[in-house]
Design a protein. Structure first.
Length: 79
């Protein structure tokens, strides 16, 4: 394996978890109105797509037989 030539002092490794940088990151940029509108529209499209698939998918999952209505086929009538 690759070995480092210079040795790392143990105290440096032990204090590595306590090291805090004095450099602060730049402040986050605020989202513009168009970015907020785009996020809103994407969310709206996703939610409406799920609702539409549920609306159109439930009738397809229905078995077509309801327990209150009997079958009126010729085999059920006994000819």
């Amino acid at each position: 394996m690759f070995r480092r030539r210079e040795s790392v002092p143990f105290s440096f490794v032990a204090e590595a978890d306590r090291f805090r940088s004095n450099v602060t990151p730049p402040p986050r940029e605020r989202a513009s109105v168009s970015q907020l509108a785009g996020r809103y529209l994407v969310g709206l499209v996703v939610v409406s797509g799920l609702a539409g698939s549920l609306l159109f998918g439930l009738p397809a999952l229905d078995s077509g037989q309801s327990p209150s209505h009997g079958q009126n086929s010729e085999a059920a009538r006994g000819r």
